[in-house]
Design a protein around this ligand. Sequence first.
Ligand code: B12
Ligand code: SF4
Length: 474
Amino acid sequence: MKVKLILPSLAEAESPFWRPIKYSLFPPLGLATLAAYLSPDDEIDLQDQHVEELNLNDSPDLVIIQVYITNAYRAYKIADHYRKQGAYVLLGGLHVTSLPHEAAPHADTIFLGPGEETFPQFLKDFKNNNPKKVYSSSIRTLDKIPPIRRDLIKRNKYLVPNSIVVTRGCPHHCNFCYKDAFFEGGKGFYTQVVDDALAEIDRLPGRHLYFLDDHLLGNSKFAGALFDGMKGMNRVFQGAATVDSILRGNLIEKAAEAGLRSLFVGFETFSPANLKQSNKKQNLEKDYQKAVNRLHSLGIMINGSFVFGLDEDDRDVFKRTVEWGVKNAITTSTYHILTPYPGTKLFKDMEQQGRILTRNWDLYDTRNVVYQTTNLTAEELKNGHDWAYKEFYSWSNIFKSSLSHPSHKHKLKHFFYTGGWKKFEPIWNFLIKTNSLNNMLPVLESILSKVKSEGKTEVAETSAEPQAAILLNP
Ligand code: B12
Ligand code: SF4
């Protein structure tokens, strides 16, 4: 059987003139996970529109499309095209799970929730000529899942080909997050068996890994055993975790020993009222600065995530947030405009209050205001968000924030790493177009491997060259 797997991109990601690096970071891991259930006899073509031009002139028997909110319209068009040709088309992923009625007319079969149980079930039914219209995941386990078909990934097209997920979901319930809606009807947080996760890591070439787990420290027993197992593996890695998990116990030390070099942290807001509104209990009354200091003392760089537009936010929120980030030497910041994804509690609340202003999903990219604001006007919010990015990544602030590190080398490293994220886009664009992104991987590995800090005095033993500054923030 001829099978085609497609990850459609949002329009911005495939401009022939300008290719933002963030869309060439990670390969389509979800689709490669699903491909593992196909037969070795199947002829498989996996295409990621973020990094290649889609070939729509083929004639596969089965088409599998992953749908995010910002690629939904494109996904539906591609699905319609292949159905017209007589292919059997499957749609699944986050957006299909949130809005099955919207997706269903474009597919022969839709999938709600994770695919590890439902997709192999579908394949059996399909073989028996008895596929259902809808498959909804209820059994949730990562036990004995087949090895991801990484051979289908065009590694040279990505800066970070070694992305990996060893858990699914998250133990928390923030009301703006996709997580509760996607995992409805079963477990919302579960892990791989530690030995399986270690085996998957072992299969990955090179040293660098990026864990895409929502919360790598979410299950301390699992994470502790994973980091123990990774200790001798000579890896360097990046991941994401919550503020409370950084402050609790000694898990973060174990992570650092195992090779953790940078962490995405959801600070989101400094306002207790905003945290309560978002049901982000795990951040309430937590000392953000202490968490930052702890990470810095371990030589772990920080990518802080912040949300603008929660009801308590006023006109000063942008300045306050940028100043805090610069003062605390946050390496990179990601600023989001609050975005109510369909299916979330936030969306339901706003819909009830008549605050949803548009259902054009292309605008749900966290850079546009799609709901009725309270204290701020939509214009103030949009302008404030854009200003925050510009201001945080201004050379003067990059310089100021780098200088906060005690060691000379760490200062330099911070300066070029942060600069690389926003200031060297033309170089990334060139590397993407010349298909040479993957050549930067050894440079990245060497930068991350040498970061080391001890106690309160940070010692950054790095040989990072200015031109090697690397961004790694989705
Ligand atoms: C990597 C990533 C990206 C990458 C690109 C995607 C890629 N190459 O895979 C980049 C950096 C480009 C990116 C960008 C953005 N992202 Co992003 N990203 C992620 C991240 C961290 C990991 C995705 C992943 O690999 N997961 C692991 C795999 C195994 O799971 P999976 O992909 O969901 O696949 C499983 C199921 O969904 C299902 N499945 C999926 N498709 C199908 C199809 C069929 C037929 C079947 C049977 C099953 C099935 O089966 C798979 C196995 O269980 C997620 C968070 C997360 N933890 O998932 C956010 C996430 C997907 N991103 C999100 C957002 C909002 C964005 C941005 C809009 C952010 C921004 N401000 O720019 C952009 C635009 C995205 C776009 N291209 O449209 C949101 C999506 C919200 C939503 N409701 O859609 C998430 C969930 C983050 C969050 N917590 O809010 N992102
Ligand atoms: S901690 Fe992060 S992943 Fe978990 S529910 Fe909150 S926003 Fe979602």
